[in-house]
Design a protein around this ligand. Structure first.
Ligand SMILES: Nc1ncnc2c1ncn2[C@@H]1O[C@H](COP(=O)(O)OP(=O)(O)OP(=O)(O)O)[C@@H](O)[C@H]1O
Ligand SMILES: [Mg+2]
Length: 587
């Protein structure tokens, strides 16, 4: 079975334990069936000596045999489960590890595209569902097959007439079972899992967005995608249940009603002149035995469902594992120059068909500071995210120091580029650790970076100083404070390329000057790219690029662009007016 093959690829040297578990499971199945045969013997003896039970000594021994084989069967089964659990845990943990290792290798852009709820669900729950499958269902399946074969043999060994009486309801039940687990089930199972996955993903998004929903007094219906995912699940679940209702009812009726067929057969035989005495032990045997048939068949049904669930889990994990990390040529290069060149770059986000950047062609000199400005949604952040290779360009190429970013070693690229994101994130650690981030720097250097990034007031606010833990009681940083802390982090990293996405977005007018000073300090001797909405922060940069609908429409320094009287000049005029208004309000 392909699902087992895929699962065992994660088992490592524990494979042999599975074999042992399966052999033990086979043995336990035989042992657990033995008591039925001994009990049949007991009944036979009792009926033979009736009414003089003093002759029934053999029955007692048979009784003990029955007891002994049942106990032994259970012990062997426990042994089998112990082995299977060991392998199952190992496989599930290897799957999780492998998926996690793989995920960190993936292009950074993957994480902004895939919801984190979805990733968590796949890695965690899929691995867990294979665990149940391997630990319980696999040994149970071997036990099942053994039991099925044994039951089939027993059905005809004792008395074929009763055997046939058992077989009729069994076949009727099975035909209904196949209606349920037939071809459609695999598809239904996938749909079911998809619906669950999307519901879980949307639930995470919903919880994240709950503040917005509440403050804008929206109802749950405003979270349309979440609502739709629940509706979709409901529709699927109801439809599926409806479809299964009839076959499931018939299946359960037939499988649990075998004894009625046995009684019918008995009456039929008696009416045809067969002797009750001769048939009684066999009849009793079948009556005791028929629940086994029911239990076994029930198990078969769920086993096939579980195999499909495990298959689905494996497919999902492999869906992640099949996501290609970026490839690096063997001769992956180190960087020595830090000028940045966009060579006719076009870009479309993976999975989307709208091109976001069109034929961007520009050169940023080593050590210079440039800025991208333009309307929201124009593609500034996208443009900048291509430099540290969050995504690969669709057309053209990006070169740093003359080397294509696709040829540069990942660690090298990450080392040489420091980024302050538009939506920065601090880890739930101390301020100190958030700035240091494992870089090889002294405490004095951390302090200096904190000072340079104008974070002194943040540190002074808390009693614990730099050791204050973010997220601990009452410790929260505002958006502007968070950005200044990430700027300190970028200073510590001291990379030759610095990317600042709206680093001054939250700064108030007092802070703006400080931030500007900090940025000026940080960007010395570095190739710096800033994205800015506050045009006052960029008047001194070497070159300003205006980005509009994915194209660079103007470029030049502040004075040149003003003189040109184009879009930038207009933006500047509007910006100055807004500043005047603010100043005017203050008077
Ligand atoms: N992960 C993504 N998948 C698909 N499209 C995206 C993704 N991220 C952004 N986009 C699209 O790319 C376009 C450019 O977005 P981008 O974030 O680069 O704009 P921006 O200029 O930085 O805007 P802002 O000034 O508001 O930050 C937008 O139309 C946006 O819808
Ligand atoms: Mg942006």
């Amino acid at each position: 079975m392909s699902v087992l093959k895929s699962l065992f690829s994660y088992a490592g040297k524990h494979k042999y334990l599975t074999m042992l578990s399966l052999v033990l499971s086979f043995a336990s199945a035989l042992l657990i069936l033995m008591p039925f045969i001994w009990i049949w013997k007991v009944i036979e003896v009792l009926l033979k000596v009736y009414p003089d039970y003093s002759q029934a000594g053999a029955a007692v021994s048979y009784g003990w045999y029955a007891f002994g084989s049942a106990v032994l069967g259970i012990l062997v089964y426990v042994g089998s489960l112990m082995c299977s659990h060991l392998v199952a845990f190992r496989i599930a943990s290897n799957m999780r590890k492998e998926a996690m290792h793989h995920v960190v290798e993936l292009p950074l852009g993957y994480f902004s595209t895939e919801g984190s709820g979805k990733l968590r669900k796949i890695i965690d729950e899929s691995a867990a569902s294979t665990e149940t499958y391997l630990a319980h269902q696999l040994p149970d399946m071997v036990q099942l097959m053994t039991t099925v074969c044994a039951v089939f043999i027993c059905l005809f060994v004792f008395d074929w007439k009763f055997g046939v009486a058992c077989l009729v309801p069994l076949i009727l039940a099975l035909s209904n079972m196949f209606k349920m687990i037939g071809k459609g089930l695999e598809q239904s199972m996938k749909e079911y899992m998809d619906a669950l996955e999307s519901m879980s993903n949307e639930a995470v998004e919903y919880v994240r967005g709950i503040l917005v929903v509440k403050t804008f007094q929206q109802t749950v219906y405003s979270f349309e995608r979440f609502y739709k995912s629940i509706k979709k699940y409901e529709k699927f679940a109801l439809g599926y249940t409806d479809q299964m209702r009839m076959p499931m009812t018939l299946f359960t009726t037939f499988i649990n009603g075998i004894f009625i067929f046995l009684i019918g057969a008995m009456m039929l035989l008696i009416s045809h002149g067969f002797q009750v005495d001769g048939m009684l032990p066999d009849f009793m045997f079948y009556v005791i035995f028929s629940p086994i048939i029911a239990v076994t068949t029930n198990k078969i049904m769920f086993a096939s469902e579980n195999t499909m669930m495990a298959q689905d889990a494996v497919n999902r994990i492999e869906g992640i594992l099949n996501q290609k990390p970026f490839e690096y040529p063997d001769s992956a290069k180190r960087l020595d120059g830090y000028d940045i060149e966009f060579d006719h770059v076009s870009f479309t986000y993976p999975g989307s068909d709208v091109e976001v950047l069109h034929d961007i062609d520009l050169k940023i000199k080593n050590g210079s500071t440039v800025a991208f400005v333009g309307k929201s949604g124009g593609g500034k952040s996208t443009l900048v995210s291509l430099i540290p290779r969050f995504y690969d360009v669709t057309k053209g190429s990006i070169r740093i120091g003359g080397k294509d970013v696709r040829d540069i070693r990942e660690e090298e690229l990450m080392n040489k580029v420091a980024i302050v994101f538009q939506n920065s994130h601090l880890l739930k650690k101390s301020l100190y650790e958030n700035v240091k981030m494992g870089f090889d720097v002294t405490d004095a250097e951390v302090n200096e970076a904190v000072h340079k990034a104008q974070c002194d007031d943040i540190v002074e606010k808390f009693d614990g100083g730099l050791q204050t833990k973010i997220g601990s009681k009452g410790v929260y940083l505002s958006g502007g404070e968070t950005q200044r802390m990430t700027l300190a982090r970028a200073i510590v990293k001291n990379s030759p390329i610095l990317l600042l996405d709206e680093a001054t977005a939250y700064a108030d007018s007092d802070n703006e000057a400080l931030m500007q000073k900090a940025i000026l300090e940080v960007s010395k001797n570095k190739t710096t790219i800033m994205i800015a909405h506050r045009l006052s922060t960029i008047v001194n940069v070497d070159c300003i690029y205006v980005v509009e609908e994915g194209r660079i429409t103007e470029s030049g320094n502040h004075a040149e662009l003003l003189a040109r009287g184009g879009i930038y000049a207009k933006m500047w005029e509007q910006y100055s007016q807004s500043i005047d208004w603010k100043v005017g309000e203050g008077r």
